[in-house]
Design a protein around this ligand. Structure first.
Ligand code: GDP
Ligand code: MG
Length: 428
């Protein structure tokens, strides 16, 4: 009985009749978590409006209202922080670290050196912190631990000069560690600006500790105005702090998070992972599963698009891949009670051995060709055959098969396919 009731409530909400109060309650939950995670107050308010607006829409299949809201939050936050694991370029470069005193610059400098060394690049740590006593020794020690070269001038006071002098080292990656202060001040900003203009670093990284709190905005703005911040590293993620300051820093600078650090040890650095980071920030650890569900729901929409005629060569191929995984196409049609299409599907079965070759051919096609096979003239066919190490006749055969499948797809009614659950089974 209760199940029945729940079912009808679900149905109602799926029809687009949204319980505003429920959404409002969920938004308040999200606000509370974000504020507790030190996300900037004005940012929380701005995000809440975006969430409210999007959360009122029709519920995607398979998601609860809460999951829907969390997915919206995830999209909004990763839009600011970075939606992908950032691709770190492995090439010679100059990296400048900025941040206040005690944020973890020097430790992170060594971790970065280790990271690039593991990727096979020579690295050098440069001591531009002429402010803090023993900063020179701290970095020198860390350099020994990481097998990085070290450059410093023991009693030097001119950070920009030291940075410039370090450039004579024969190395691939220069990492310039700079000084911080307890609070933002003019001298600090002037100094780091002079270091930056002395060596023109490719990456100007802002170090933000996870527990920075509401001070993140002012710091991010000051360093960004001085240097033009290109990336953010969030340190001390092993603490209880959730790293909400990173959100402010990214919003303020337009830069994305590249790494997080999780301890004092030189190995305690990980590449930023949006699922883990945002999951923790909003108190929803199993982001992975939620995103998977949301993806499935999106894919169904995409499949519907396919059925209405926008069936590209790429989609054609991905279907064959999924069919291969689960058996033959004719078996699938049997399973769905669509055996009468078997005549046509029989041809498809016969092609299974060729699927591998098709992959090579499709890889040799341009985006334009994949989107519109009609433009495949003899010249293009020849180029694809050469590029994929196949015969022109084989390329023509692929194109013919694609055309045949496209026709077949159109002849099956979307409603019937949807009822049969074919979309999901095909992994579309
Ligand atoms: P700097 O003043 O910005 O150069 O900061 P340091 O690199 O000297 O680090 C300040 C303190 O924070 C040191 O005690 C570090 O060991 C510690 N620290 C740095 N990164 C992390 C981290 O990811 N986790 C923890 N728990 N401590 C860290
Ligand atoms: Mg330091």
């Amino acid at each position: 009985m209760l199940d029945k009731l729940k079912e009808s409530i679900d149905k109602l909400s799926r029809l687009g009749i949204v319980d505003r109060e429920h959404v409002e309650e969920l938004v308040r939950d999200v606000q509370r978590t974000m504020l507790a995670a030190d996300v900037d107050v004005t940012l929380v308010m701005r995000l809440s409006d975006a969430i409210r607006e999007k959360a009122m829409t029709k519920l995607p299949d398979g998601l609860s209202r809460k999951e829907h809201v969390i997915k919206i939050v995830y999209d909004e936050l990763t839009d600011i922080l970075g939606s992908e694991k950032t691709a770190i370029t492995i090439q010679p470069k100059r990296i400048l670290l900025s941040g206040l005193y005690g944020t973890g610059k020097t430790t992170t400098a060594a971790k970065l050196a280790r990271f690039y060394q593991k990727k096979g690049l020579k690295t050098a740590l440069v001591a531009c912190d002429t402010f803090r006593p023993a900063a020179y020794e701290q970095l020198e020690q860390l350099a020994k631990k990481t097998d990085a070269q070290f450059y410093g001038e023991k009693n030097g006071k001119d950070a920009a000069r030291i940075a410039r002098n370090a450039l004579k080292l024969n190395t691939d990656v220069f990492i310039f560690d700079t000084s911080g202060r307890n609070a933002l001040d003019v001298a600090l900003i002037e100094e780091i600006k002079s270091v930056s203009s002395a060596v023109s670093p490719d990456e100007r990284i802002l170090i933000i500790p996870a527990d920075i709190g509401q001070a993140a905005r002012e710091q991010a703005k000051a360093f960004h105005d001085a240097l033009g911040i290109t990336d953010v590293i969030v340190t001390k993620m092993d603490s209880t702090a959730k790293g909400g300051g990173a959100l402010t820093a990214c919003k303020e600078t337009g830069a994305k998070v590249i790494f997080i650090t999780t301890g004092e040890n030189i190995e305690n650095m990980e590449q930023y992972d949006p699922r883990k980071f945002v999951g923790r920030l909003v108190g929803f650890p199993d982001m992975e599963t939620l995103l998977e569900k949301a993806r499935e729901s999106m894919d169904e929409k995409k499949a519907e698009k396919v059925m209405t005629g926008e069936f590209t060569i790429d989609e054609f191929y991905s279907q064959f891949e999924s069919i291969k995984k689960m058996g033959s196409f004719s078996q699938i049609l049997d399973m769905m009670g669509l055996g009468r299409f078997k005549g046509k599907a029989g041809d498809v079965d016969a092609q299974e051995g060729k699927i591998k070759k098709w992959k090579h051919m499709i890889d040799s096609m341009t985006q334009e060709e994949k989107a519109n096979a009609d433009i495949l003239n003899p010249l293009r066919v020849k180029r694809i055959a050469t590029g994929s190490g196949t015969a022109e006749s084989e390329v023509r055969e692929l194109v013919a098969n694609y055309a045949k499948s496209k026709k077949l797809m159109k002849s099956l009614s979307p409603a019937k396919l949807k009822r049969s659950g074919m979309f999901r089974r095909l992994g579309l």
